[in-house]
Structure formats: C-alpha cells, structure tokens
Unconditional design. Structure first.
Length: 344
C-alpha cells in the first residue's frame, strides 16, 4: 500500500482550534497520506469489548509511553518509539470508505468504535477533520458510535455528536490515567492535560452526550493511588460509567515504557516494575495472562476493591458502554429508507 509523503502539511497549531491543544510540538512531525482499501477493522481479541473499529490515523502524536498500539507502526517499516509519535499516517479517504460500507447490503448497523488503536482526535484532526467527517456519515445513516479519546478537541464536534445522539446511540469514553497534570505530562507528553480532559467531559455531558471515564492504564505503584480522585472528578463532570485496564507491555512497548519510566520517575521505577510483575504472574507481560485488562494477586484484588467500591459509592456503571449497545433497538437506516421508529 503506497503512502504519499506530505512535505509541508497544514499546521494544526495555526487553526481556530489551537486553544484546545495544550501540548506544544516537541519534535519534527512527518505526515503521510494514505488511500486505504478498507476502513473498518474487525476485532476478535478477548481484551476488546467491541467488534468493529475505525482508525483514521496510524501513529499518535500524544506519545504516551505505555501505548499498546506502538508495535503496529512497524508494519509500515517505521519504529515503535519516536517514529510512532512523529510519523503519522492519515487515511484521507476514510469517510468515503465508511459510506461505501454503509451502502453494502451486508452492513446491518453494528456499533463502530472510533478509535480502537490510536487517538482519533490527535492534533492533526484539527486540520484534516477525518474523524468529524466520519461522524457526519454516521449521523446521516444513524449508525451507533463509541469514541475513545484523550483529546479535548472533541469539543469541536459537539454539534455532530448531539445530532447523532438524538437519532442513534453515541457515547464518549475519556481516557484518563492520572489525576495529576504534572505526572501525566511526563508519561503522556503530547496529550492534553487531565484537567483539560475533565473540562471536555463536562462540556460533552452538558450537551446531552453520554460520557464515561477509562482508567487506562492502571500502572501499579505509579497511578493506582489516584483511582478514587479520577472517578470522583469524572462523576462531577457528568460521567455515567467507568472501566479500568491494567498496563500491558507487549513487544516493543516494554522498552519504550521502561526507558521513559526510568528517566521521568527514577525513584519509582524499580517499585513499579516489581508491582507489574506481581500482577502479571511474575512477568512484565504475558500474552496468555490477564485477559480483558485484569491482573492477579493481593495487590490487584486491592485495586479492584478500590475501583468497585468507588464506582458503587458514586453511582458509576462498572461496564463498557459498548456492551450495552447490543441491548438497544437498531437505529441504522440508509438515506431514503424509513423504519418503524421514524416519525410520521
């Protein structure tokens, strides 16, 4: 699949959306445009609670040290480290491919999660608007959508999301691993600060959009003490549900994470790595262990108890919104089609 190198792509920090991006660029950004052949990925992993996902971008400027998607960048002969963070592939024809998918007789209106891999609202979205255009297609066809993001840029699309919520199901999961802005910046240098994400969550909730919080990942010995505060702040901002995921360190994620952890938190590094092994059966990562983001041992039991107790106290559903969509009536319809649920 050929990639088109963009020598001088639009500058996302020179748009009207600059106020929503509080992480300045720290390295050279290279952008590649791709004409994809397909746009939906079908998942069968036990770690993932949804079937179909759409990823407008490959690579992620947020540069989170723990991102499980890093190894996927190697499929394009890029590295999983700084290449993943600064060589971003844009699927320019994603909205057109999505429309083609919806027109197929085989499509029956299943939930689509944007994104299941890299963030759909990373800074380049402010100028490319691929995610927004995909949402506009979903709105036209009344197809249910779930969004997972760290970015406050999603506030730009409240108008589309509000319309979609009136005719179909839409939910947003704000991924927040830290309650402390300074700690977050050290592990997530390109992502908006947690305080900015909480503000975005409130704006979405105030607009009538269903929101939740994803404590992802829980890094034992580093951020597990912040679980209650994250849940409490999320509830104050309108969250209705929460879920958690234990840190995963597959393949090349492990050295990237360890290097960043050691550089940014030298006093915590040994304790954190030992705690991860304690929850992962004695290893930093085991593909056959800890399905669906779970761990084992007394320490993990304490984390689960803390999380579950806080959710009950705050009235937060401890359940993925994606798992609830299957219980709702289908809303999908092609333009011009009418259903029993259409207004007369």
């Amino acid at each position: 699949m050929a990639l088109k190198v963009i020598a001088n792509p639009p500058n996302p920090w020179a748009t009207a959306d600059v106020e929503w991006i509080d992480a300045p660029p720290v390295a050279k950004l290279e952008v590649y445009e791709e004409e994809s052949k397909t746009i939906l990925s079908e998942n069968n992993s036990p770690d993932i609670s949804f079937r179909f996902s759409l990823n407008p971008y490959r690579g992620c400027f947020h540069a989170c040290a723990y991102c499980y998607a890093r190894p996927t960048h190697q499929y394009w002969d890029f590295g999983a480290g700084s290449d993943f963070e600064r060589k971003i592939i844009v699927k320019t024809n994603a909205p057109e491919l999505l429309r083609e998918t919806f027109e197929k007789k085989s499509w029956n209106g299943d939930l689509i999660v944007i994104s299941g891999n890299t963030d759909c609202y990373q800074p380049l979205e402010s100028c490319y608007r691929i995610t927004r255009r995909c949402l506009e297609v979903c709105r036209e066809y009344r197809n249910p959508v779930g969004i997972i993001t760290k970015s406050a840029l999603i506030r730009r699309d409240i108008d589309v999301l509000s319309d979609l919520a009136k005719h179909a199901c839409v939910s947003v999961q704000c991924s927040i691993a830290f309650s402390d802005d300074k700690m977050a910046r050290r592990m997530e240098p390109g992502a908006p600060l947690p305080s900015t994400r909480f503000a975005a969550m409130k704006a979405l909730s105030d607009a009538g959009i269903s929101v939740g919080v994803a404590l992802a990942p829980i890094i034992p010995g580093l951020n597990d003490s912040q679980i209650s505060e994250i849940l409490e702040r999320a509830k104050e901002c309108g969250a209705k549900r929460a879920f958690k995921v234990l840190l995963r360190l597959p393949a090349e994620v492990k050295p990237v994470f360890i290097e960043r952890l050691t550089a940014e938190f030298p006093g915590y590094a040994k304790k954190v790595l030992n705690a991860i092994k304690e929850m992962r059966g004695g290893k930093l990562y085991n593909s056959e262990f800890g399905k669906r983001g779970r761990g084992e041992g007394q320490r993990w039991e304490s984390v689960e108890w803390l999380f579950d107790t806080a959710c009950r106290r705050l009235g937060l559903q401890n359940r993925h919104e994606h798992e609830i969509f299957s219980e709702r009536p289908k809303t999908f319809r092609r333009p011009g089609e009418r259903t029993l649920f259409d207004e007369s």
